[in-house]
Design a protein around this ligand. Structure first.
Ligand SMILES: [Zn+2]
Ligand SMILES: [Zn+2]
Length: 141
């Protein structure tokens, strides 16, 4: 990884308008197969990594916020559209980030599949050894 004077894990959007740093390694990560992730990204699945919101530092730019459900908020770059973060009222103080927006996406280890009721047929072969959850567990630990 490059450009990390403080030694933290960094990431950002496609155009570079938004850059962020996280102070901890995300504890949990899961493939979310829900329909809202699909429609908001145009992709069949999103890999989210969870961490305390206090451990996120925005280095540059300011994400736009979209209310994708009454309790869900999706944060994205208003210039290039990259979806970066997700917050839900059910998990106060927690933040999810799109693992692929990290400069080193391979640092994230998926622990399971969530909202598998909407899993697309083309994703049936994705990481079949990981556990499936209809909703979202408190933790994968
Ligand atoms: Zn951007
Ligand atoms: Zn989802």
């Amino acid at each position: 990884m490059s450009g990390e004077p403080e030694g933290g894990r960094q990431g950002g959007c496609l155009c570079g308008a938004i850059r962020y740093r996280i102070r901890v390694a995300p504890a949990d990560a899961a493939f979310c197969h829900c329909r809202i992730c699909q429609r908001s990204s145009g992709a069949p699945v999103l890999l989210w990594a969870s961490l305390p919101e206090a451990d996120l530092e925005i280095l540059r730019g300011a994400p736009e916020i979209f209310a994708s459900s009454p309790e869900g908020r999706r944060l994205f770059c208003g210039a290039c559209g990259t979806q970066l973060f997700f917050r839900h009222a059910r998990w106060p103080g927690q933040l999810d980030l799109t693992a692929a927006s990290l400069d080193d996406p391979d640092a994230i280890r998926p622990r399971g599949h969530i909202h598998v009721g909407a899993r697309r047929a083309c994703m049936e072969g994705l990481a079949p050894d990981l556990p499936d959850f209809d909703d979202e567990p408190e933790s994968f630990a």
